[in-house]
Ligand binder design. Structure first.
Ligand code: ZN
Length: 188
């Protein structure tokens, strides 16, 4: 694919994802949802991942899970390679939330290299958000549990992209520090 074709595909994907997420906000209640997949793709590029199928999947990674998008739509628009990456990072919504979380820990080591990189970037963004601008109704304990769970998922993703793994470690420890500070302030 020429550079121009690659850029056009990414813009096409971004347009598609923005349409699909148009009525959604992040858990903070005010950030447009599409900013999240954009940040995930951005992190991948900044850390050396420049494969167009991977970046397309990053922009689409929550469409099947969180919008009405079907597998066929993604296959028809963007092909099997992008679809299979999106499916690798899509939770089975038929499972209860606890089991989905367990599944993520179990499946992480078996994902393809590109899906692992995508999951790493996704977890970095989520850990950063939960620590810095959390959902209004999440307790400190719930945020702590989220960080602990993310650490377990990421344990199965290591050996994929050192820069992303170090970045995750940084945000995890920063997030834990912030929660500890909040706990101290709350107890005063
Ligand atoms: Zn995500």
């Amino acid at each position: 694919m020429t550079i121009q074709k690659e850029l056009l595909q990414l813009l096409d994907v971004l347009n598609f994802a923005a349409e699909k997420h148009r009525n959604q906000f992040r858990k903070d209640g005010f950030t447009p949802y599409i900013n999240h997949p954009i940040q995930v793709a951005n992190l991948l590029v900044q850390n050396g991942e420049d494969d167009v199928a991977l970046l397309s999947a990053a922009l689409l990674h929550d469409t099947i899970e969180d919008t009405e998008t079907s597998e066929e739509e993604i296959r028809n628009h963007f092909g099997d390679e992008v679809l299979s990456l999106v499916l690798e990072v899509t939770d089975n919504k038929n499972l209860p939330s606890d089991m989905r979380k367990q599944q993520q820990i179990k499946c992480a080591p078996h994902a393809s290299r590109r899906a692992k990189a995508l999951k790493l970037a996704d977890k970095i963004c989520n850990v950063r958000d939960i620590a810095i601008c959390p959902p209004a109704n999440w307790s400190l304990d719930r945020r702590h549990q989220y960080l602990n769970w993310s650490e377990k998922v990421v344990a199965g993703l290591r050996g994929t992209n050192t820069a992303l793994e170090l970045l995750f470690d940084h945000y995890l420890s920063h997030g834990r520090d912030l929660l500890d500070e909040e706990r101290i302030i709350n107890s005063q």
